[in-house]
Design a protein around this ligand. Structure first.
Ligand code: AVI
Length: 326
């Protein structure tokens, strides 16, 4: 059994590598050039994102932590009012530092549930497996390794609804139309009565937003450049990181915060057998972090079939966790 598991993991790694390669080459030979931000998160990218979350400019994490730590009671009550027996699923739990407030409150209320984190990273899940039961005695937990939507099927349990948490404004990392498609997929993978708790970053003073993606220590810059480093290491690329500049933007009308890497000169980069030309000043689109208004979020719920139940905003009204029901 262990051998089989090991073999599947190796095989998965191989297909993942191939997909990374084709995504990168097609993205960089397209016009305009683009890379997918999901590839930011190798071990070094994970560590850089941890450091971003510690930056004074990156307000998102603090705001959402404030919501979960200060409004735990209201959130738990709203969930209990909307469903009977349920399990708690979390998409991309990280270290579960946000969700653990709610998990703890539910344990205190003697709610009988299983915590089911879903992540593509084996490391994330095995780390949680050791840290969480210590932190939350009595917690029943079952991790699911894989794609969010695929694994969501596996979390179905007869006679139990699900609370599905998707924190951290990860939903902002797809463009608004993609968010509608993703939420519709979620809807299709859930059952009537299931609820979602989703974190969204709100529109606010554009300077506050731009600063969050242009921190003074240059960690966000390193986070973007790290993808080039990853391409060099994993795909045999020869990017010179000094030849690219980090260019963050925010459009307060659309709420789209987009970052680019701009080629500082005319140059040619090789990735395996591919030679890729960059003009001087040519941008590579790296990431979107979409910001929403509360009204836009309610519309997104309705457009994808959900009923918006409640908003939980932080004291600055910079971030919201919303409760939706299928
Ligand atoms: C993971 N995600 C919600 C972060 C964001 O704010 O879009 C990723 C990030 N990119 C730059 N800084 C943080």
């Amino acid at each position: 059994h262990l051998q089989e598991e090991h073999y599947t993991r190796l095989k998965n790694r191989k297909t993942a590598r191939l997909e990374f390669y084709t995504d990168v080459v097609s993205g960089l030979t397209a016009s305009p050039k683009a890379l997918k931000s999901k590839y930011f998160y190798d071990a070094e990218g994970d560590a850089l994102f941890q450091r971003i979350m510690q930056c004074p400019e990156y307000y998102l994490t603090d705001c959402e932590l404030e919501i979960l730590s200060h409004q735990t009671d209201a959130i738990a009550s709203a969930i209990q009012a909307s469903t009977d027996a349920f399990n708690v699923v979390e998409l991309g739990p990280g270290d579960a530092s946000k969700s653990s407030y709610l998990l703890k409150e539910l344990l205190n209320r003697d709610v009988d549930y299983t915590y089911m984190p879903i992540d593509i990273s084996h490391n994330v899940l095995s780390l949680l497996q050791t840290t969480l039961p210590e932190q939350l005695p009595g917690l029943r937990m079952q991790g699911f390794e894989g794609d969010y939507l695929e694994m969501l099927k596996e979390t179905e349990q007869k006679g139990r609804r699900r609370l599905v948490m998707f924190m951290g404004s990860s939903i902002g990392n797809v463009p608004p139309q993609g968010a509608v498609a993703f939420c519709r997929e979620l809807y299709n993978h859930l059952l009537p009565g299931d609820v979602m708790l989703i974190g969204f970053d709100l529109k606010k003073n554009p300077m506050v937003i731009l600063d969050a993606y242009n921190d003074s220590q240059g960690i966000t810059r390193a986070f973007n450049l790290n993808l080039l480093k990853r391409i060099n290491r994993e795909l045999g690329g020869d990017f010179n990181l000094d030849h690219f500049a980090h260019y963050p933007t925010y459009d307060p009308h659309t709420g789209s915060c987009k970052s680019y890497l701009v080629s500082r000169r005319q140059q040619q980069v090789h990735i395996g057998p591919n030679a890729i030309r960059f003009a001087e000043g040519e941008p590579v689109f790296m990431e979107i972090s979409q910001k929403y208004s509360l009204e836009e979020i309610d519309n997104l719920a309705v457009e994808s079939g959900f009923v918006p139940l409640q908003h939980f905003v932080d004291s600055k009204r910079w971030f919201v966790d919303v409760l939706w029901q299928r």
